[in-house]
Each structure stands twice: as structure tokens, then as C-alpha cells.
Write a protein that binds this ligand. Structure first.
Ligand code: F6R
Length: 610
């Protein structure tokens, strides 16, 4: 949520252009409003408005803004409606101070009142403005920008990061207090940002920051300090191997389609990691714990559900899937020093997950194993160990390739664990692993080819359907939920994903003539799915099947178009590839409805708030 970018340059006089270029790479974090503040001849030029960066740029000429330093912010609204006044950056009381934040201030209402009572002129209802006023307040007292920024953090509670500057200093300061922040050093210019993609157009020389730290940027230096006592920390820059081309569409109309098409490569890459030397340690962490949870949100949670079925089926180990925000109230009291929390998060920053991570670490309640995509994320730095999803950047807001990678990771670890603990016959285990390695990348590609056209045609028949269900059974439970989430998220339909045998316990009453219900199945469960299909079709409902083509299922669809068939594959690979037709269907339905699937309304890819 929200993306901030600050740049200080020695030689540029047109900083707006590079600020637009760099900050637009953070669009996935927020697109309610955008703003840029630059410093020209000792004066702050601040332009902002509601809308996506390309539209606001056209309206306000952001890329033409002059100056050698500045701060840009892309907003995902939480405190204060998405209006021009609430857009960031903000001024302090005086127009000499400019700054923007990412995250939430928990003491917003009290602190806003306190500032106003002491004469501060607060213009917006946005909590980011208070960060700038806090700096302004302490500058009054110290007459020193470094001290003012350091002290400002005392007044602010919550999880946030902010960047701030003063018109008369050729410096930008930024603070990390619970939200992500990285800095970069290029030739005679430096940058600080909420995330790596906006740094990469300038440099791959990166300084990672930790919570409780602040940075001071000049054109030639990035100095890191501890907020608590102002002590300088001599942090070396690291060269990142992350490729900036990952943040380009590469000829595809949308990032989502590009990322779906990258899945064969993802399969190959993640299996390469799983075959590497660290797998043993990850499996040992599961073996050495007496109770295991798989904690995640959204698509990552759906992948966790698929994972739990694999762990039960292949290893006889009950790994409980838990929603991040629900973990503490539902399972918090069951943790002890022998527990293991497998924390699954594409961004590695999701607050609901970081809350669980912090609780386990602070109270010494067992081990944490991160499963994450973003290298340098809070989860990566703080989990006891982590498994990288190796997907490269996932730019589109809907998760596709990272969900896919997560399911492969769980299937692989479950099989290895099963062989080790004797639950799985070694020959069967080896067959499965070798099917993953030898067949999965090709099968993934074949599935895309086979189901792409079918999904596109089927999408056209669903344009006017307001409401539908997506049901799975056994290993496809999580797959159906993921398909439903994609349809909800980027097509704005109501679509509920649920367990197919539960449908008769109430939801069945929604079925009338032609009411569409998706059934996602593996070949071993189709006998059971037939029962559930019958319950729908005998009431006039329309069954749409996702799975391998089976003669016994053919009579249950009205026409060929209602069968999203995937290629023939070993049964335990079915749940991995069954998601692909659903991803493609949601993509085409979204585009047919005139929606940009990469940036669905109201959402942000990185949710660093509670
Ligand atoms: C859905 C989607 C979200 C995320 C969820 C968790 O397509 O992308 O539901 O899966 O916000 O995000 P991470 O995995 O970054 O913790």
C-alpha cells in the first residue's frame, strides 16, 4: 500500500522526469492519487491529484517539474478519502517542509488534535501529513533537520515509513518504522523508495534498511542511522541481481497475462531451488516441530490450503492452514517453543503476516519459515529461514505466478517429507518428484495453450452473469477458492469459492435455471464431483467443469465450451495445473468487461496495514 520515492541528484535540473519514471514502477502499491514535490531555487513546487500516475502526469505536467531533488507518492487510501487534499506529499506548517508516508499512524486522531491545539495548520484528513508536521515541530525546537526527523518518530505510533525534506537543504531524510524502505546509490544521485522496482531504473546498488533506522540522502551518500540514539550504522551497499526488465510488459497487453505465461519458467526455477542444498533444512524444520501452521492471506492462503492437503496426503502430517489476521484469535494460545509457523507471503510485507512473525519472535514461540518472493522484505530478514518463490517481480495486483510457485513448493516438500517419515512409498515419492521436474514445466505450457482459447470463449458467455460459485473437492479445494478470488478481484463479480460437498448445506438454494457453478476436479475425485454436479444440474443450474477430460464427466455439461479441459497428467499434478484455466478465464472476463486486470479498483498489492 502506498509507494514513496525520494531522489537527490547532483546534476539533474529536471527531477520530475526521473521521479515519474521511478515512482510509476510502484503503481501496484496504490493508484488512488499521486503527487510530487520538488525543490527549485529553494522553493517547493508541489503538484498532486486523484488518479493514476499517467493521467495526473498529463494533467499537471509532473514529468516536467524542475529541480534537483524531490519526493513522489502513489497512494492507496486508508486515512482520508481519495481526494486531492488528502493526496501526498504534504507541506508542513511552513511550505519549506515537504514529505510523504506509507503505512498507518495508529495515534492519528489524538496526535492531529494535539498538533492543531499547538497551532499547526493541518490541511488534510490524511495521516501522512502528520509525519511532515512532526518534523516541522521538532525543527522549531532543534533548528536541525537530522534531529528533527529523528525526534519526530517519538510522536508517531503505528507501522509506517516516510520521506521528508526541507527546501534549504540538498538532502532527503527517510525513516523506516514497520513499513518497507530501501535506498540506492547511483552516480552523483541517490534514491530511497518503498520497494526495489522504483530504484532499479537508476541503480542496482542497494542499501537495505531495518525498522528503527533512518537514512540521510545527499547526491553522493546514503548514510544510515539508528533512530533511537542517532548512532551511525556503517551499512554496505549490495549489488542486486534483480532484473529491471521484470517490471516491463514485454509485448503483452497486461502484466497479468505476461505473468501467467511465465509460469512454465517459474515451475522450472522453483524446482531448481527445491532440488538445492537448503531443502533438507526446510524439511527438518517441519520434522523438528510438534505443531505446524501455514499462515497466509488471500491467494497465498489459498495456496496454503492446497499445501495442507498435500502434506496430509503425501506425508501424513496435519499442517493447519490459517488466515494471517485470524491466526492470533484462533490459534495464538496453542503456540509453544516447539511450534513452527510457515509464513507465506509474496511481498513478505503483509502486516497480518508480520504481526504473526513478531508475536512468535517476541514471545519465543517456536520457529518461523518464510515462503516469500520479494528479496529484501521484512519477512526475509526476520524469519528463521526462508524459501524463495523465485518468480521475479509480480507487478500485476492479482497474484498468479507466485500462487503457482507456492503450490509447487508445498507439493514438493510434502513428497520429500513423506518419503523421509515413511508415510510415502519411496518409489511413489520419487515418481512424483520426477513428474514435477520432468513434466510440470511442459504441462504448464500445454495447459495454457489448451485452455487459453476455451477460457476466452467461455468468458464471453459470462459477461452478464452477476454472481457465480466455484467449487472444489479434496486437493482442488484451494484451487477453486483461488479461481473465485481471481474472478471477484478483477471482474467485480460476486463469486464464492467453497468446498463442493458443503454447497448443499445452504448455498444450493441460490441455484435457478442457468445459474453457473464451476467444479474443479482431479481425476481421482471426479466420481464424488459428479454427485455435487447432479445436485446443481437437476435444479436447472449450469455446471462448468475444470479438469482433465473424462468421458464420464462429458454428459454433465450442456456444451463443449463449458468444459475447461487441462492436458492429461499424473493425478497429483492436477491441482497444480487446474488453476491455469481459471486464471485465464478471469483475465479474459476482466478485459471483456473493460476492466484493467493489473489495477483492479480499491486494491493494493502490498498491504502493510492491519
Ligand atoms: C489476490 C492477491 C492478494 C494477496 C494477499 C496476500 O490476487 O494478490 O489476495 O495474495 O494480499 O499478499 P502476500 O502474498 O504479499 O502476503
Amino acid at each position: 500500500m502506498c509507494g514513496i520515492t525520494g531522489i537527490v541528484s547532483q546534476n539533474r535540473t529536471d527531477i520530475g522526469q526521473i521521479l515519474v519514471e521511478c515512482s510509476s514502477k510502484l503503481t501496484y502499491r496504490g493508484y488512488d492519487s499521486v503527487g510530487i514535490a520538488t525543490v527549485v531555487n529553494g522553493m517547493v513546487d508541489l503538484r498532486k491529484d486523484v488518479g493514476k500516475i499517467e493521467d495526473v502526469n498529463e494533467e499537471l505536467g509532473l514529468s516536467k517539474m524542475k529541480g534537483d531533488r524531490g519526493i513522489a507518492q502513489l497512494r492507496w487510501a486508508t486515512y482520508g478519502a481519495p481526494t486531492k487534499t488528502n493526496a501526498q506529499p504534504h507541506f508542513g506548517c511552513s511550505r519549506d517542509f515537504y514529505g510523504a508516508h506509507n503505512g498507518n499512524l495508529h495515534n492519528y486522531y489524538e496526535y492531529r488534535r494535539e498538533l492543531m491545539e499547538t497551532g499547526h495548520h493541518i490541511r488534510s484528513e490524511n495521516d501522512g501529513e502528520l509525519c511532515v508536521h512532526a518534523v516541522d515541530k521538532y525543527y522549531e525546537q532543534t533548528d536541525d533537520m537530522f534531529e528533527a526527523v529523528r525526534c519526530s518518530t517519538r510522536d508517531l505510533q503505528g507501522a509506517f515509513a516516510y520521506a521528508v525534506g526541507r527546501a534549504d537543504e540538498k538532502k532527503i531524510y527517510a525513516v523506516k518504522m514497520g513499513s518497507s524502505l530501501v535506498a540506492g546509490i547511483a552516480e552523483h544521485e541517490t534514491i530511497v523508495s518503498s520497494d526495489l522496482p522504483s530504484i532499479l531504473p537508476l541503480t542496482n546498488n542497494v542499501v537495505y534498511l531495518q525498522d528503527g533506522e533512518m537514512v540521510e540522502l545527499t547526491p553522493d551518500s546514503v548514510r544510515v542511522f539508528r533512530v533511537e540514539d542517532g548512532k551511525e550504522l556503517h551499512r554496505e551497499a549490495e549489488i542486486t541481481s534483480v532484473d529491471s526488465s521484470a517490471a516491463e510488459k514485454g509485448g503483452y497487453p497486461h502484466f497479468m497475462l505476461k505473468e501467467i505465461n511465465e509460469q512454465p519458467q517459474v515451475a522450472e526455477d522453483v524446482l531448481g531451488v527445491l532440488e538445492g542444498p537448503k531443502s533438507d533444512k526446510w524439511i527438518q524444520m517441519i520434522e523438528n516441530s510438534n505443531r505446524q501452521y501455514l499462515v497466509a492471506c488471500g491467494s497465498s492462503y489459498n495456496a496454503g490450503i492446497v499445501g495442507s492437503y498435500y502434506f496430509n496426503r503425501l506425508a501424513g502430517v496435519p499442517i493447519i492452514p490459517a488466515i494471517g489476521g485470524q491466526f492470533e484469535p484462533l490459534y495464538g494460545k496453542t503456540l509453544d517453543e516447539d511450534s513452527l509457523c510457515i509464513l507465506v507471503s509474496q511481498s513478505g510485507e503483509t502486516k497480518d503476516i508480520i504481526n504473526v512473525l513478531n508475536r512468535v519472535k517476541n514471545d519465543d514461540l517456536g520457529k518461523t519459515l518464510g515462503v516469500l518472493n520479494v528479496i529484501g522484505s521484512t519477512l526475509m530478514f526476520n524469519a528463521d529461514a526462508y524459501i524463495p518463490m523465485v518468480c521475479g517481480y509480480e507487478v500485476s495486483v492479482p497474484a498468479t505466478k507466485t500462487y503457482f510457485s507456492q503450490t509447487i513448493i508445498f507439493a514438493y516438500l510434502a513428497a520429500k517429507l513423506g518419503v523421509r517419515n515413511g508415510h510415502l512409498d519411496p518409489r511413489e515419492g520419487e515418481q512424483f518428484i520426477s513428474a514435477l521436474k520432468k513434466n510440470l514445466p511442459r504441462l504448464t505450457k500445454d495447459t495454457m495453450n489448451k485452455s487459453g482459447i476455451l477460457a476466452k470463449e467461455l468468458a464471453r458467455t459470462l459477461i452478464d452473469v452477476p454472481d457465480l460459485y466455484c467449487l472444489g473437492y479434496g486437493l482442488t479445494d484451494g484451487v477453486a477458492r483461488e479461481g473465485a478470488l481471481k474472478i471477484k478481484e478483477i471482474c467485480y463479480n460476486h463469486c464464492e469459492g467453497m468446498y463442493s460437498s458443503e454447497f448443499k448445506h445452504g448455498p444450493l438454494s441460490i441455484v435457478t435455471d442457468e445459474y453457473p457453478v464451476f467444479f474443479v476436479t482431479t481425476t481421482e475425485d471426479s466420481w464424488m464431483i459428479i454427485n455435487h454436479i447432479n445436485e446443481v444440474t437437476c435444479r436447472g443450474g449450469r455446471a462448468i467443469i475444470v479438469g482433465e477430460k473424462e468421458d464420464k464427466l462429458l454428459p454433465y455439461v450442456d456444451n463443449d465450451g463449458d468444459y475447461l479441459a487441462v492436458p492429461k497428467s499424473p493425478v497429483l499434478l492436477n491441482p497444480l495445473i487446474d488453476v491455469i484455466p481459471l486464471q485465464l478465464l478471469s483475465y479474459y472476463l476482466s478485459v471483456d468487461k473493460g476492466i484493467n486486470p493489473d489495477l483492479p479498483r480499491n486494491l493494493s498489492k502490498t498491504l502493510t496495514v492491519d
